[in-house]
Design a binder for this molecule. Structure first.
Ligand SMILES: *Cc1c(COP(=O)(O)O)cnc(C)c1O
Length: 347
């Protein structure tokens, strides 16, 4: 039997609350292109959650959200500083460069998937004046691609550094909910209060089918963004069907409940792997992912038993991702198979 539980948080279903809201939106006719009550409600709710009067746009997915947000902040001769494992660098097929008309990404290393200002500064010092693209944005991912979480102070430090050099701070929040749940903080504390200008707020991995939000905390930065989104094919004609599931997530803090559950499951998975098999996570398990170093033979055994997951970093670091829908039983099934696979290999 194929098991997709740990392959990605995209393998999960639509969560019941998002599904119910979608069904409700489907009961009546409504205005198109976002001029409807669901879109208005979600935008209002986002302003409430962030406790500020921000601009909110819907696009279809995270690649579009990141690319268009970055294109909005950059001109073609600018560059975007990001972590070498950043989704914008590794997984977006050059979309940020494409939609910005040439802005270059400057990927830099950093422990545990996080940017560190010292290394950012080194990268900036390596630029050759007019001969290099001009750094314009620092992009950070929260929670990170390696399952860690930036603390508020870390974001403030990066943003302060950015402010001194007239750089914008962009946050890829495909798993923003997991970070808020992990830190148990006010969303504003790790965004605009800390100095983040633009957030791509992800709902897909949190329980919807599609539709991510691009948030600008300074209204002037959002100028004409609606045209940019439309030109990129990212203005949904029946926007209410992207918005309604978001209403399902944001009402009654379902988004935080889902994220908390995913985080707890990842923690449980990490703890059980350590306790029963002595396998320690390769990075601190702070959100919804567990990274493990595994020998190829063990991986082959687990794949043979139906478990889907993949190598994240060469030569031997694999990612196990938990969504809101992973159960304790899924975890126990996996642990059981890791145990018997290990036993089979050592006998
Ligand atoms: C999943 C993900 C995205 C969005 O990816 P799409 O497939 O374009 O929706 C963006 N950033 C990170 C860190 C992600 O994990």
């Amino acid at each position: 039997m194929d098991r997709y539980e740990f392959e990605s948080d995209n393998t999960a279903a639509i969560c019941p609350e998002a599904w119910a809201a979608l069904a409700e939106a489907n009961e009546e006719q409504a205005a198109s292109y976002g001029d409807d009550k669901w879109t208005r409600r979600v935008s209002e709710r986002v302003r409430e959650i962030f406790e500020t009067d921000c601009e909110v746009f819907f696009v279809f997915n995270g690649t579009a959200a990141n690319s268009l947000a970055l294109a909005q902040l950059c001109r073609s001769f600018h560059s975007v500083i990001c972590h070498e494992h950043a989704h914008i660098e590794t997984d977006e097929c050059g979309a940020p460069e494409f939609f910005s008309g040439g802005s270059k990404l400057l990927p830099i290393p950093g422990a545990n998937g996080k940017l560190d200002v010292t290394q950012v500064e080194t990268a900036i010092l390596r630029q050759q004046g007019v001969h290099s693209p001009k750094p314009r944005v620092i992009s950070i991912t929260q929670s990170t691609e390696l399952g860690t979480v930036y603390r508020g102070e870390e974001i403030e430090r990066i943003a302060e550094f950015a402010r001194q050099r007239s750089l914008f701070v962009h946050m890829d929040g495909a798993r923003f909910a997991n970070a808020v749940a992990a830190l148990d903080c006010a969303p504003k504390a790790i965004t605009w209060e800390a100095g983040v200008e633009s957030l791509c707020f992800g709902g897909t991995k949190n329980g919807t089918a599609a539709g991510e939000l691009v948030v600008f905390f300074k209204k002037e930065l959002a100028r004409e963004f609606e045209y940019r989104a439309k030109q990129a094919g990212q203005l949904a004609s029946k926007m209410r069907f992207l918005a309604a599931p978001w209403a399902g997530l944001l009402n009654n803090d379902v988004w935080l409940e889902n994220a908390r559950r995913a985080n707890e499951r990842a923690k449980m998975l990490a703890e059980k792997l350590t306790a029963t098999l002595g396998m320690k996570p390769a990075f601190p398990c702070e959100a919804s992912a567990v990274f493990l170093r595994m020998p190829e033979q063990l991986v082959a055994q687990l794949h043979g038993r139906g478990w889907h997951f993949y190598k994240f970093i060469e030569p031997d670091v694999y990612r196990l991702m938990c969504s809101w829908s992973v159960t304790e039983e899924d975890i126990d099934d996996f642990i059981k198979d890791v145990k018997s696979s290990s036993a089979a290999l050592s006998s």
